[in-house]
Design a binder for this molecule. Structure first.
Ligand code: ATP
Length: 234
């Protein structure tokens, strides 16, 4: 679903991403780890078509991102660290608004409840203004918007930063559930614990290079931490 081939991004003399080869299938949750400035956000931005590669290519469902911009936009959903929503509108109204913006048919109340519930939002919160939502609740609306538009890949940047452990756990479970339904997930994170919990694979980036990729089922929490620290110190 998501494929990078020799993907590189240079800013002047600085190589933000160097020759990334990566393939993430439907049903996978791939967690990108790495220190600040390692190239995680650059990788997400290249898949999203926000920036153009200096070399190589990013593909979504086999389509080169720059050449098939509109089509790719429909296949991807991006959940930034802080999901930007209209604070005076309710979760349901935000979903309805962004759904119409994406050019889709208006949602019935039953449909909007269905998408919001699938994203884990409690029914009692759906008609409350988003200005009163926690960060985790806003993320759920962001994910409901992605689900309603039929996105097949979800890209998340630091989704657990600033979430309490219960909200982080809910997000992990949601991502696992969505991947079980065939969603491909690429998530940049500093949260080793959550990467192990919600990832099917983890990739460690250092100075623009993907230096290690491991299946999480083969790794314990402590082992992942040791591996990560060894790369950061090495
Ligand atoms: N627009 C830009 N102009 C110049 N350099 C940039 C630009 N965007 C990113 N960089 C540089 O590219 C490198 C990779 O940045 P990137 O944001 O991808 O890192 P990151 O791994 O996401 O870090 P963080 O964990 O802090 O989000 C950094 O050295 C950064 O300073």
């Amino acid at each position: 679903m998501l494929e990078a081939k020799k993907l590189s991004k240079r800013y002047g003399e600085h190589l933000a991403l160097e020759c990334l080869d990566l393939s993430i299938g439907a049903g996978e949750v791939f967690c990108l780890l790495g220190a600040n400035g390692a190239g995680k956000t650059t990788t997400l931005n290249l898949f999203l078509g926000f920036i153009t590669p200096t070399q190589g290519e990013a593909r979504v469902a086999g389509l080169e991102v720059q050449q098939h911009e509109a089509h790719v936009r429909g296949l991807l959903a991006y959940v930034p660290e802080l999901v930007m929503l209209y604070p005076r509108l309710t979760g349901r109204e935000n979903l309805a608004y962004f759904n119409t913006l994406a050019g889709r048919q208006a949602l019935s109340t039953q449909e909007s409840s269905g998408w919001l519930a699938r994203a884990g939002l409690q029914p009692g919160a759906m008609d409350v203004p988003v200005g009163r939502y926690s960060k985790g609740m806003r993320q759920k609306v962001g994910i409901a918007i992605a689900l309603a538009k039929g996105a097949r890949a979800l890209l998340l940047d630091e989704p657990t930063s600033g979430l309490d452990p219960l909200a982080s756990n809910e997000l992990s479970e949601l991502l696992l559930r969505l991947s079980g339904e065939g969603m491909a997930v690429l998530m940049a994170t500093h949260d080793l614990f959550r990467a192990k919990e919600s990832g099917t694979r983890v990739g460690i980036m250092k100075s623009g290079r993907l230096v290690e990729t491991r299946a999480t089922r083969d790794l314990g929490h402590a082992e992942l931490e040791q591996l990560y620290l060894a790369h950061m110190r090495g």
